[in-house]
Design a protein around this ligand. Structure first.
Ligand SMILES: Cc1ncc(COP(=O)(O)O)c(C=O)c1O
Length: 235
């Protein structure tokens, strides 16, 4: 991510497509830089390859816009979606630009349960709710608050390297492995995930309340502060 040299090394005239996340989920809540986004667009134009954005984790309002790529000045040819699309119901989608539509004939991009009416109804209901301007705005406001509050409370701790993210997709990069931190949070009633060995990943429901976010910040602050103190005593 964000290495223009790496991009130059791997892309050739034989490359059919480049597939990326604009905020890496499992990869550690790493955000694509503005320069890299520009380089991606230029490279796709130069080599005539498609730009595919994997929005399985970032899409459907998670980062405060319908799709995360909108905030990075990108114009993908194809976008992949899943997770948030069904709000718990298993459904995924691949959407593409009009120009690509003749690459598929009816039935050529199907799967056993693909396009079933129940999943379509669930996805339609989710899109109607989530793509409302009010909901997307609230994700931005809550996400900014969460990031700022975490920065205020834990950024200065020696085990914390950085708080980063977009909307309600927030990571706390640590200097140490986060498995014990995640366990300690769980014991205090807060479920968080790792993203790689050293990043704590926060993906609260988009409807999370301010009160719940406050509680989460309190638990994370307590856990990280205690761990920092224990580590400094043992050193
Ligand atoms: C960014 C991203 N892409 C793709 C996937 C895989 O999605 P699925 O389980 O729907 O195949 C995941 C799953 O975590 C993901 O985070």
């Amino acid at each position: 991510m964000n290495s223009e040299d790496a991009l130059k090394q791997v892309v050739t005239s034989e490359t059919a497509a480049i597939m990326v996340e604009v905020v890496q989920g499992e990869g550690g809540i790493k955000l694509m830089s503005e320069e890299f986004a520009k380089a991606l667009t230029a490279t796709c134009e130069e080599f005539g390859c498609l730009l595919i954005i994997d929005e399985v984790q970032t899409g459907i309002g998670r980062t405060g816009s319908a799709f995360a790529y909108e905030q990075f000045g990108l114009s993908p040819d194809i976008v992949t979606l899943a997770k948030g699309l069904g709000n718990g119901f298993p459904v995924g989608a691949l959407i593409g630009k009009e120009a690509l539509k003749d690459s598929f004939s009816p039935g050529s991009h199907g799967s056993t349960f693909g396009g079933n009416p129940l999943a379509m109804a669930a996805a339609e209901a989710v899109l109607t709710e989530v793509f409302s301007a009010d909901l997307l705005k609230s994700v931005q406001v809550k996400g900014d608050w969460l990031k700022e509050e975490l920065k205020k409370n834990v950024d200065s701790l020696s085990i914390v390297e950085e708080v980063r993210g977009k909307g309600l997709m927030v990571g706390i990069a640590c200097e140490i492995e986060v498995a014990p931190i995640i366990e300690a949070c769980r014991e205090k009633g807060l479920l968080v995930l790792p993203a790689g060995p050293k990043v704590i990943r926060l993906l609260p429901p988009l409807l999370v309340s301010e009160q719940e976010l406050k509680q989460a910040v309190q638990v994370i602050t307590e856990v990280l502060t205690k761990l920092t103190q224990n580590l400094s005593v043992n050193q």
